[in-house]
Write a protein that binds this ligand. Sequence first.
Ligand code: PHE
Length: 447
Amino acid sequence: MNQQRDSFGSKFGVFAAVVGSAVGLGNIWRFPYMAGENGGGAFLIVYFAFVLIIGIPVVISEFIIGRRGQSNSYGSFRKLAPGKPWYLVGLMGIFAAFIILAFYSTVAGWTLEYIFLSVKNIFSSPAGTPAEVFENFHTGSFLPVLWQLIFMILTAIIIFGGVQKGIEKYSKILMPMLFLLLVILSVKAISLPNSSEGLKFLFKPDFSKVDSNVILSALGQAAFSLSIGMGCLITYGSYIKKDNNLTKMAFSVSIADMCIAILAGVAIFPAIFSFGLSPAQGPGLVYIVLPEIFEQMTGGTFFSLLFFVLLAIAALTSSISLLEVVVAYFTEEFKMKRSTATIVATSLSAVLGVFTTLSFGPLKNAAIFKKSIFDSCDFLATNILLPLGAFFIVVFLGWFYDKKQTKDELSNHGTLKVRLFPLFMFIIRFIAPLAILLVFLQGLGIF
Ligand code: PHE
């Protein structure tokens, strides 16, 4: 068995890989419609606050646990807290990764179909309006499942390659590409007539919309978007070299993630308003409203191709981080070969994925707690497992793990100044757990 653990090669490689995980459908597909449904700028402010007071400290905490533990999310807890049940938090994360990967690949698969439709330039006629095209496609069975499986295979191919020759190599190419595409699309959107209406909508806060549900959604969105609470950043943290600055990395990654979500909003809302459409369209926003716009826009085919390629890239670099959580667990804990672990994890996730995909069509009526299979998976992972995971991660580091060890890891054995360490400890001991708990319980309607 190969005892030498794989690791990221360069700082930029770490940055690209972690931003690759963070930036995904959450930023470009989920964030705009969440903001659209939940009060625009007001949602943005709450989301922003959560990223700062909870997101960044949790990112740092996960990096510390992973780099200290030098193992997958289960193994790292095992090492840092031998004989204690903290490893359950790691296991919960691996379970969450499975579920997220399943419903994530459903939506990612749609993206591949839309790349194909863009090339063929047939969003509507003769197939119908964009809404009808989307409805027919995503409620079907063969095509959405086929695309989902293709997407899973692409993910698996990158993971086969390993950390440096798979994850890092592809992230370093794909992330700059994604950024460039997004900038081109934003410039195009802002240059459309009446685009300022969309910007106003995105940035002007409507606090009357903010209720406990919106706040829980903003927390869920912040956690989902930063890929925290489920061991992904523990796993990636374990591949970060000992001389990288974890605090700096956490800040730059979180800020990049937020900027890209906002940039996605800037690419989308001005276009929506410019064409007189409505922003609150739920999950169909990018698959219905945008194609409608692309149809009317000069150069629409080109821009729609750019957009869906962008979305596919974003999804791919996130799904590899989800699959890696499970693969790292299988290889390290069950001594599987990387290739075997990849095949097993991909297959298991694909099985659940087929159900989440079919839950828009043939399995529409198979509801769990009045939600479709897809919505249940999203709700369970995003609103329950991620906040719980984030809660236990900060509580572990804040209250149970030796503070000196934490400081040692964060300061790279005392070689870095960590002036904000007391503030960090205060946040992960009090502010973050309390905020997560309050929002979580309130959102579940417990008080
Ligand atoms: N952060 C990703 C996104 O915004 C989703 C994700 C969640 C990826 C959790 C990995 C882990 O799309």
